[in-house]
Design a protein around this ligand. Structure first.
Ligand code: PFF
Length: 455
């Protein structure tokens, strides 16, 4: 088992917040959130009704599930100074709670395998941007470019291998210092860029329509599956339910403002998702265009159209995709780190060996996801391709399940002094304890049971 000094630590509260936000902010915010909005809202054509119900459910999920579970994960990490399996083993000796950690490691393994496929798309788009493809691209041209790219199995698998390769290289070097330094530059740059794009998007003719589409509470398409999507997305986007935040929390040395950290991470993460969506929907409404595959193409087709219209756009679009690639990589690193650090901590593997074997296995598992958009597109189970099924199982079921057990453990089984030493024993502690004991678990179980009964 690795000892304290080998594990490394963050320099301070800001380092932790930005590194955790780096893990949280990723394709989930920039690509998946707008995609879910588009899908739930029924598109931006005449048949679309708006994504307000989804956005509202999402914000409720962040408040009632995300923030309480994030606090629980930070506490577990800090008190045990271990990854997910070690954390449960240390804090609940002789019990079977570490299976929750094992579920997290397994989820990380599967999640990373398909996440890297989309991360690969961002690599391709960076290359396209740098080679000037988007100079005068039309909405139709953007759609054709994306669908031709998806249909190319060689490119899909090739990019998967490249992204996994880069992730493995970084994780092999040990991460805590690298992650912190990278996040400290990347996160402010990304936030600034998103802010600039937001201002621009709101001056477009479709800006008002985009805001109405996203925020008008319209419950036409609302159903229990909207709530399941929102819950899954909250866990996915905040990197919760699989031990990533436990692992990062274990690198926090002193008592670093646990509550402020959790709220800051959740606020940054939610703002980025909302800003990205306003930008993308403003473009869609302004240029009167729709998206491929019920919205799956969003940051890949909408963004180039906007930049093509701007003076100096062919340079700025490169900066944009650099930031998207970095946002994706800070998330893939944290996913691989959870899996790798488990094998180092618990099985005593050498870091290089763990990275090579596990990274290799994850790449192999990613291949059917990479082929889900071309050669395997017609092979479906429950109407879902391999990619969709992996995402559905991880995001909508495995992460919330991990979150459920984490909340129950922190609420009912973790010794009180661990909690009060982190949160104090005032009204906030009592509010949090009530939430992780009752509110979050009942919500998660309620939503799951409802969906299962309706199936
Ligand atoms: N939160 C990341 C995103 O929104 O893209 C994805 C993710 C990273 C999920 C790390 C889970 C995780 F442990």
């Amino acid at each position: 088992m690795a000892t304290g000094h080998e594990r490394g630590s963050f320099g301070g509260a800001l380092g932790f917040i930005l590194a955790a936000a780096g893990s949280a902010v990723g394709l989930g915010n920039l690509w998946k959130f707008p995609y879910l909005c588009y899908r739930t809202g029924g598109g931006t054509g005449p048949e679309g009704t708006g994504a307000g119900a989804f956005v509202l459910s999402y914000i409720a999920a962040v408040l009632l599930l995300g923030i309480p579970v994030m606090l629980a994960e930070i506490i577990l990490g800090r008190r045990s100074r271990q990854g997910p399996v070690g954390a449960f083993k240390t804090l609940a000796q002789g019990k079977r709670w570490h299976w929750v950690g094992a579920l997290g490691v397994t989820t990380g393994f599967v999640l990373l395998s398909y996440y890297c496929v989309v991360a690969g798309w961002t690599g391709e788009y960076l290359v396209q941007a740098a080679s000037g493809t988007f100079g005068s691209i039309t909405p139709e041209g953007a759609n054709t470019l994306f669908s031709t790219f998806l249909a190319n199995p060689g490119k899909q698998v090739g990019w998967l291998v490249v992204v996994m390769g880069v992730t493995m290289l970084i994780v092999a070097g040990g991460v805590s210092a690298g992650i912190e330094r990278m996040s400290k530059i990347m996160m402010p740059a990304l936030l600034l860029m998103m802010l600039g794009l937001l201002v621009l998007a709101l001056t477009l003719p479709g800006g008002g329509q985009a805001l109405a589409y996203l925020f008008r509470p319209d419950f036409t398409n609302f159903g229990m599956s909207t709530v399941l999507d929102a819950m899954g997305q909250a866990f996915f986007s905040l990197s919760l339910g699989m031990g990533a935040i436990i692992t990062y929390g274990s690198y926090v040395e002193k008592r670093e403002l646990v509550i402020t950290s959790a709220f800051s991470i959740a606020i940054i993460d939610t703002l980025v998702a909302l800003m990205a969506s306003v930008v993308i929907f403003s473009i869609l409404f302004s240029f009167n265009t729709t998206m491929e595959g019920s919205g799956i193409s969003n940051i890949f087709t909408a963004i180039p159209i906007l930049f093509a219209k701007l003076p100096g756009g062919s340079f700025t679009v490169v900066v944009f995709y650099v930031l998207v690639v970095l946002a994706a990589i800070t998330s893939t690193i944290s996913l691989l780190e959870v899996v790798v650090s488990h094998f180092i901590d618990r099985l005593g593997w050498h870091r290089r060996k763990a990275v090579l074997l596990l990274g290799g296995a994850i790449t192999l598992l990613g291949i059917p996801s990479a082929l889900s958009f071309n050669v395997l597109a017609d092979y479906t189970l429950f109407g879902k391709t391999f990619f969709d099924l992996a995402d559905y199982l991880c995001a909508n079921w495995a992460l919330p399940l991990g979150g459920l057990f984490t909340a129950l453990f922190a609420g009912w089984f973790l010794a009180r002094h661990h909690k009060t030493e982190e949160l104090g024993s005032g009204p906030f502690f009592r509010y949090w304890q009530f939430t992780v004991r009752f509110v979050s678990p009942l919500l998660i179980v309620g939503i799951m049971v409802w969906i299962l009964l309706a199936a």
